[in-house]
Design a protein. Structure first.
Lengths: 128, 303
């Protein structure tokens, strides 16, 4: 099962549709890290709404993705974690501490807009 | 050897049949006696209930009416040996009298009184023939005990059912999730948090965040007297789960005792966003959401 990665303006959206194997997750990670540079994206959204289980490998891969994307110069936000999934993740100690999270795709886009606007303002002197 | 065994079995079963028959006939006799003296025994029973000051919540007439129907049920059960009708009656009775404040000892007391009254009347009737009295009591006592048991258990079960319902109701009432502004929820918690309530609270909070699309939640625990380390850890986990849903939780109103406990038991509080009181918590939430609240007078003045 390949995760489709959509380019939406300055952002990349990876929308997970079904439970993934570890190999699928790694493929998604590689594709994102590659494309974020190719498309000069400002942000990446990983939508996990469809996942009703999150194991330690998935959680670690997500935080790896976030860290790699940061090194590639963009922001990552994980959206759509289900309430039950969130609580069981915390109980398992998978807290995704260094990763931004948002309720759903809409919120994720708003979060990235806010982040990148801040960067724009800082980088371009004309808007000051 | 085998022949001997079958012979013995035949004798045994014959014996059983005879004693079984005699128990049945004794029971029949007993029932006839109880039906015959219905009025008198019933009155005697009601009198003793009043004397013993049981069922004080009910009037004399009510006691007599209940006594009559319990008496009839009692005799029926003795006759048929089926406790189902009595169970249904006991449930029905409990439903009626529990709201009026009748206690368990009263219900048990009246059933035992009836048992005594009937036993006394049997003593009186068979006082001349001790052997017969013994056999009548043998037939009567197990049945009577089973009845007393059934009624008491029925009453207690009804009570427990009511208590369970009330607990459920209190639980549902006790953790409201209130949307006060767009994307801002308030979760006032009052009373002791036990592990079960903590679980329910987490569930409601996380579901509330989803349905209200909340960004900030203010959890006010001013009304919580104490907290133990299990519950404290659960709260921390709830806060972290809320973050995974993209919401920030602000905890307000930690009392000095709770603050001391949390620090002493070493709960990891680094990630917890705490503010002194609910007012400060709401102000902080508004700041996070980008609201600015000011008096109308100030806003009206031209800048």
């Amino acid at each position: 099962m390949v995760v489709p990665i959509l380019k939406q303006g300055q952002y990349l959206i990876a929308s997970i549709q079904a439970a993934l194997t570890d190999a699928d997750l790694l493929k998604m990670r590689d594709a994102l890290v590659d494309q974020v540079g190719r498309f000069r994206s400002r942000g990446v959204i990983v939508d996990v709404t469809a996942l009703d289980v999150m194991d330690s490998f998935a959680a670690r891969t997500l935080s790896d993705i976030a860290n790699m994307i940061r090194l590639r110069g963009a922001e990552t936000v994980i959206v759509g974690i289900q309430p039950e999934v969130a609580f069981s993740m915390v109980q398992l100690g998978l807290k995704l501490e260094s990763v931004a999270t948002a309720l759903d795709l809409e919120e994720g886009l708003a979060f990235l807009d806010q982040k990148t606007r801040r960067i724009n303002r800082v980088s371009s002197p004309s808007t000051r | 050897m085998a022949a001997k065994k079958t012979q013995r079995q035949a004798v045994l079963s014959e014996l059983n049949r005879v004693t079984g028959e005699s128990t049945a006939s004794l029971l029949r006799e007993l029932l006839a006696h109880l039906r015959e003296n219905r009025t008198q025994l019933r009155e005697e029973w009601a009198r003793r209930i009043t004397e013993a000051q049981l069922l004080t919540a009910m009037t004399k007439e009510e006691i007599f009416a209940e006594a009559t129907s319990i008496y009839d049920n009692y005799v029926d059960v003795l006759e048929t040996g089926s406790v189902e009708a009595l169970q249904a009656y006991a449930r029905n009775l409990s439903e009626r009298i529990i709201p009026r404040g009748v206690e368990t000892h009263e219900v048990l007391g009246i059933v035992l009184l009836l048992r005594d009254v009937l036993a006394r009347s049997l003593f009186k009737k068979y006082q001349t023939d001790l052997g017969l009295l013994n056999r009548v009591l043998d037939a009567y006592e197990p049945a009577a005990n089973r009845i007393a048991n059934t009624v008491a258990v029925g009453f207690v079960q009804e009570r427990e059912r009511i208590i369970r319902e009330q607990q459920e109701a209190i639980r549902e009432l006790s953790t409201p999730v209130l949307p006060v502004r767009e994307r801002l929820l308030i979760l006032p918690i009052i009373g002791v948090i036990d592990p079960q309530r903590a679980r329910q609270l987490t569930e409601q909070l996380l579901r509330g965040i989803r349905t209200n699309r909340a960004k900030v939640v203010v959890m006010d625990i001013t009304g919580v007297p104490t907290i133990d380390s299990t519950v404290a850890n659960h709260l921390v986990q709830t806060v972290e789960s809320a973050r995974l849903l993209g919401a920030t939780v602000i905890v307000t109103g930690l009392s000095p005792e709770i603050a001391q406990t949390l620090v002493t038991v070493g709960v990891e509080l680094g990630k917890m966003n705490t503010v002194g009181d609910l007012r400060g918590g709401i102000e902080e939430a508004e700041r996070l959401l980008g609201y600015k609240v000011q008096p109308i007078g100030e806003a009206a003045q031209p800048a």
